[in-house]
Design a protein. Structure first.
Length: 184
């Protein structure tokens, strides 16, 4: 369904990639953790009436729920992963949602601090996973942080619907991120 777009008006960015071999993976030292918290920041659907069940905890239902900011859903995805161990916590944001506002809004509603994030991982180049990155940069400002992305994340894509209609899915570009950072 998604494919590269090459032709008039399309640009192709060459990105070098490093492939981890079995040999290099054997030198990778993973530290044990005591607990991992996985918080869904953005997803396609929200049901505010679902109770907390088992390991899943949801925001509490409150009498004045309609007077408080509510979580928003969008065609996008973002998780906040918190690794607890050795007396400390380290946080990773996995994907950033579709829009610059949704993940930030939901982080605020949930009382989660983006400033505690040490690394942002973008799983792939679809806009519903990287579109919120610019909002993150705006919120964080000039902060040294790891950004881990798949090298194909910068490729042009399109969707071709059964009707024949094509929709261009441009990749995240570094220009808006660089422009934002130069203003800080």
């Amino acid at each position: 369904m998604c494919e590269d777009r090459v032709g008039a008006g399309a640009t192709q960015t060459k990105v070098s990639s490093t492939t981890l071999s079995n040999e290099s993976m054997s030198h990778l030292h993973l530290r044990p953790v005591d607990r991992v918290d996985v918080r869904i920041v953005v997803d396609n659907f929200i049901d505010i009436l679902l109770p907390s069940v088992g390991p899943a905890t949801r925001p509490p239902l409150r009498w004045d729920w309609s007077e408080r900011p509510a979580l928003v859903a969008e065609h996008g995805y973002s998780l906040l992963l918190s690794f607890h161990g050795n007396g400390g916590t380290r946080s990773v944001l996995y994907d950033a949602g579709l829009t610059p506002a949704a993940a930030l809004h939901n982080l605020d509603v949930l009382g989660l601090q983006l400033a505690e994030v040490e690394t942002i991982v973008l799983s792939h180049g679809h806009a519903d996973h990287h579109g919120g990155l610019l909002g993150m940069v705006r919120r964080l400002g000039r902060k040294r942080m790891s950004l881990i992305i798949h090298p194909d994340a910068w490729r042009n894509r399109k969707i071709v619907f059964p009707s024949g209609v094509e929709m261009h899915l441009p990749p995240q570009t570094v220009e808006p991120l660089n422009m934002r950072m130069s203003k800080l």
